[in-house]
Design a protein around this ligand. Structure first.
Ligand code: PMP
Length: 433
């Protein structure tokens, strides 16, 4: 990072500046704010957009188009019309799609547990029987992906992000050399938290690269596939097609859900893969459940109708949350702009802004914000094992709070960044060289 505004100050200016910041901080702390920005949750108005989902069925409307009584058991992979709608989101054919319960994270968790216990197509041994299993983890990334690995004893190897996706030289080198590397986590569009979308070149390299493990899988969590904040959506190359073209049709599992389209917790979760993978998985799933909640699937079909219905709905979401993203940028620009104390992403979709402080400051900033009543995602959470090597990344989740509260919270975050950076500069100057 270039020279900071603090490094340019002489000692007495720095001391004066620090005491002003401290005074301001104490004033904010005395306001007893109570704001939780720790997770990317839709706000009340967003949830209200989907109110019609609750009463769009009637007592006599319970049959899928093929005559299936959705109230009854059956249909492990979802009713045909929801599979068709989800196939559009996942950019796959309906035969390559499973629509499950409500949580895509649960689908990912269960799939990896299954790969531990049973041989995936292409596996010689269930992963649990191997002395070691490793996953590549582009970072900063989604904390709950990393939690699944930690829970299952899968060793995580962090890989840096570049502007258009993970550092593919490193990914290729590691995957080609190490048979214990069985997977990679990817949030390829409007990534959580960096906001980037993978370039065509990154997608093709992932699909074509040599992997030492014959059962290597890409866990392609396309959670923000349709969550645009602009009228010119990012375009993501179709990984399933890229894998097929590369002669690696079984390499990828794709996930998404309607958690941030309809309701988190009572939406629908979906996944796609080659027919080989999907047929394998259906046989596993039937041991666990007789079938998903088909009434909820029918409700989603009735409410959204078709891809155009989802697109129109997502524009309504964007109209509510775009001003919140704009507010983050405006406050950071006005309070931190030109000072070289932090950088922040300006995402074109998704749910997060990725904020980088000066190295060594993120934990202290999050702690100071919490002390003044604003809970942020824990510093380090965006890295495997919670270890941010530079202690600088903070995930900002701006969608949930109303604008006035968001403004208060962000002004506090900006103040904490300045305060902690000034403290660090003072400490640097008082340490003998
Ligand atoms: N994947 C990513 C990248 C997410 O950001 C989230 C939500 N924060 C999820 C998955 C969770 O999805 P679901 O509600 O479908 O379990």
């Amino acid at each position: 990072m270039a020279i900071t505004s603090l490094e340019r100050m002489n000692n007495s200016d720095l001391a004066g500046y620090y005491s002003t910041l401290s005074r301001n901080y104490k004033k904010v702390r005395s306001q007893n704010l109570k704001l939780d920005m720790s997770r990317g949750k839709p706000c009340q108005e967003q949830l209200d957009l989907t109110a019609g989902l609750i009463d769009c069925l009637s007592r006599t409307d319970f049959r899928a188009a093929n005559g299936t009584d959705c109230r009854n058991y059956g249909g492990i992979d979802g009713i045909p019309e929801i599979r068709e709608l989800c196939a559009w989101i996942l950019e796959a054919r309906p035969a390559e799609v499973i629509v499950g319960g409500n949580s895509s994270l649960a689908l990912m968790h269960d799939l990896i547990v299954r790969a531990m216990l049973q041989k995936l197509p292409g596996s010689e041994t269930p992963w649990k029987k191997l002395p070691q299993v490793r996953f590549l983890c582009p970072s900063p990334g989604y904390d709950r992906h990393f939690a699944i690995c930690e829970y299952l004893g899968i060793e995580m190897i962090p890989v840096n992000y570049q502007a258009d996706g993970p550092d593919m030289d490193k990914v290729e080198r590691l995957a080609a050399a190490d048979p214990t590397i069985k997977g990679i986590w990817c949030v390829p569009k409007y990534s959580n938290p960096t906001g980037i979308t993978y370039s065509d070149s990154v997608v093709k390299r992932l699909a074509t690269m040599t992997t030492k493990a014959s059962d290597f899988r890409i866990f392609w969590d396309n959670a923000y596939a349709v969550h645009h904040l602009t009228n010119t959506p990012d375009r993501l190359l179709n990984i399933l097609t890229a894998c097929k073209n590369a002669g690696n049709p079984d390499r990828v599992f794709i996930f998404a859900s309607s958690s941030k389209i309809s309701f988190p917790g009572s939406g629908i979760a979906m996944m796609a893969g080659s027919e080989t993978n999907i047929n394998w998985l259906k046989k596993q799933m039937i041991i666990q459940t007789i079938g998903p909640d088909k009434m909820n699937q029918l409700r989603h079909v009735r409410f959204f109708k078709d891809p155009a219905g989802i697109e129109a709905h997502m524009r309504r979401h964007a109209a509510i949350i775009k001003p919140k993203f704009d507010l983050v940028t405006a406050i950071f620009e006005s309070t931190l702009g030109g000072k070289n104390l932090a950088t922040w992403s300006n995402p074109r979709g998704g749910y997060f802004i990725s904020l980088n402080t000066l190295p060594g400051c993120a934990k202290k900033v999050v702690a100071k914000a919490a002390e003044a009543g604003v809970v942020l995602t824990g510093a380090g959470a965006t890295f495997p094992y919670g270890l941010d090597p530079e202690d600088k990344n903070i995930r900002i989740a701006p969608t949930f709070p109303p604008l006035p509260e968001l403004k208060q919270a962000l002004e506090l975050v900006a103040l904490c960044i300045q305060l902690v950076s000034a403290e660090q500069e003072l400490a640097k100057r008082s340490t003998p060289a």
